[in-house]
Design a protein around this ligand. Structure first.
Ligand code: FAD
Ligand code: NAD
Length: 472
């Protein structure tokens, strides 16, 4: 039975809020968690877990088509996809992951309220309960972990389309059949992962992107261009540098019901995926009642220890500005956990220089370090090596991709690293560890890695194309 006053109140069962709630309760602090939709947040229910589960199906389809390259016969390269089975496999894994989180919360003794939270005052939150009614709870400390939702851009004609064909990153995962022609608006993480997945499952796919290069958040031109050519090789059509698109229903005679017009092209699609970014879930939180104002993008500004302008209220995960990843949200939990103990002096600064990320295309694009355009002033040397130099890649028939390390010319420290490869995320993780441990490029060059592993290529990348440059 829920109480009215708690030591701690957690709003949103995201990647930080769920472990934080159980941790607080384990410290004998009475804790309540409010969640409006489902326990375990976006990552488990509609983000990382389901998408990577579906991407695995796409990879199997890709390999089945290439079976002949390996001397294996698999239906002469003709691959059939049962989308309902792909979806069921995804649903099963999501249910199992969510079930685990629900059990852990229940066992911990945290009070869980399923409903929508909004502030009444700096210490009080009203909860509109999902099964009817409303209640108010108060707490000494409040932790906001409400995440983001897919943005709906304002595009002329969007509202005139048959909305069952207009998809976002959540609804696309519930399709029961493969679209005939998927148009993807936005060439960021979500756009690319779904574009390649549905191409592999059998759809015709076209990406329309605003900027001249895909993946604006990972701006190294050499790496992004490498991944772009791979996606083109996979049969994805791209329209880049498209300043605006207009949409309209196609004439009834057309089998493809969506018409997209850009300044240079007109195309027809069966489905449209909106992958143009995510909006923080702050508009219904009544944050003004807690004396918290928002950034122009609707995020909650925080200090390096994650406190808001109201000192007993903290914000964690995607709802604050900065990189929006599960591992960052979970690290926000770690920072608060550390600071709950008397010796804790943890801040976000420690990780700022070395945020890792992986775009789960195949090959993956793993990256760690600042964006190319955000390298601090200094002298650098970059080393680039094509995937065709990697023994493991040649042996497994997976040479697409490249690796690139950027090194401080004075100290030899690796400043950033990108790996496009089948296990690009794992190789990047090895370099991330080297960066944290102060192992420079020469240490990696001379490290004894097992042969023939992907990691072994870290001996060789420094023999690749070498470029010196200065950031003024
Ligand atoms: C398609 C997709 C794929 C992704 N893939 C990856 C990946 O591979 N790797 C990666 O690191 N990241 C990935 N992400 C991003 C990742 O999912 C998020 O960064 C991660 O979930 C962290 O979110 P969070 O902790 O801020 O909160 P979330 O996980 O977003 O949880 C917030 C919770 O708060 C609830 N909530 C919102 N408002 C209220 C309210 N008023 N009252 C009560 N509850 C509320 C929501 O229902 C939700 O459950 C992906 C995202 C998407 C959409
Ligand atoms: N593998 C992962 O870690 C992973 C996977 C999916 C999502 N995510 C997280 O979720 C976030 C959101 O993903 P996303 O792909 O929606 O956003 P994004 O910001 O990564 O990419 C959206 C892109 O769409 C472009 N765009 C915006 N409006 C447009 C328009 N009208 N026409 C054409 N292009 C337009 C933007 O310029 C931008 O580059 C990611 O940035 C990431 O933090 C992570």
């Amino acid at each position: 039975m829920a109480k009215n006053h708690y030591d701690a109140l957690v709003l949103g069962s995201g990647q930080a809020g769920t472990p934080l709630a159980t941790h607080l309760q384990s410290l004998s602090l009475s804790t309540c968690l409010v969640e409006r939709s489902h326990i375990a947040g976006c990552c488990v229910n509609e983000g990382c877990t389901p998408t990577k589960t579906m991407v695995a199906s796409g990879r199997v389809a890709y390999l089945a088509r290439r079976a002949g390259d390996y001397g294996v016969s698999a239906g002469n390269g003709e691959v059939k996809v049962d989308m309902q089975k792909v979806r069921q496999r995804k649903r099963d894994i999501v249910n199992s992951f969510r079930g685990g989180s629900e059990r852990r919360l229940k066992d911990s003794g945290v009070d869980v309220l399923m409903g929508e939270a909004s502030f009444v005052s700096p210490n009080e939150v009203s909860v509109k309960l999902n099964d009817g009614g409303e209640t108010t709870v108060s707490a000494d400390k409040i932790y906001i972990n409400v995440g983001c939702r897919p943005s709906r851009p304002s595009i002329p004609g969007l509202d005139d389309l048959d909305q069952s064909r207009v998809l976002d990153s959540t609804s696309i995962q519930e399709l029961g059949e493969v679209p005939e022609h998927l148009a993807v608006l936005g060439g960021g993480y979500i756009g690319l992962e779904f574009a390649q997945l549905f191409r592999r499952l059998g759809a015709k796919v076209t990406i329309i992107h605003r900027s001249p290069r895909l993946l604006s958040k990972l701006d190294d031109p050499e790496l992004v261009d490498c991944l772009t050519s791979i996606l083109k090789e996979d049969g994805i059509t791209m329209h880049l540098s498209v300043p605006h698109t207009t949409l309209s229903p196609s004439p009834s005679s057309s089998s493809l019901p969506i018409t997209l017009k850009t300044p240079t092209t007109t195309l027809h699609a069966s489905h449209l995926l909106l992958a143009t970014g995510r909006t923080p879930n702050t508009s219904t939180l009544s944050l003004a009642s807690a004396n918290i104002s928002l950034t122009p993008t609707g995020h909650i500004p925080v200090s390096p220890t994650l406190s808001t302008t109201t000192s007993h209220i903290f914000a964690l995960g995607d709802v604050k500005p900065g990189p929006a990843f599960t591992h960052i949200s979970y690290d926000d939990f770690r920072i608060l956990r550390s600071n709950l103990s008397s010796s804790g002096t943890s801040t976000t600064h420690a990780r700022d220089k070395r945020v890792p990320s992986v775009v789960y295309t195949d090959p993956q694009f793993g990256h760690v370090g600042p964006k190319f355009g955000a390298l601090p002033r200094g002298r650098y040397v970059s080393y680039s090596m094509p995937g065709g130099w990697v023994a493991r890649g040649l042996e497994t028939g997976e040479t697409r991709g490249m690796m690139k390390g950027v090194v401080d010319a004075g100290t030899g420290e690796v400043v950033s690293f990108g790996a496009i490869g089948v296990e690009g995320g794992e190789v990047m993780g090895v370099v991330q560890m080297a960066m944290v441990g102060g192992v420079g490029w020469e240490g990696l060059r001379d490290m004894v890695f097992a042969h023939p592993s992907w990691g072994e290529s870290l001996n060789n990348v420094w023999g690749g194309e070498r470029r010196e440059f200065v950031v003024e």
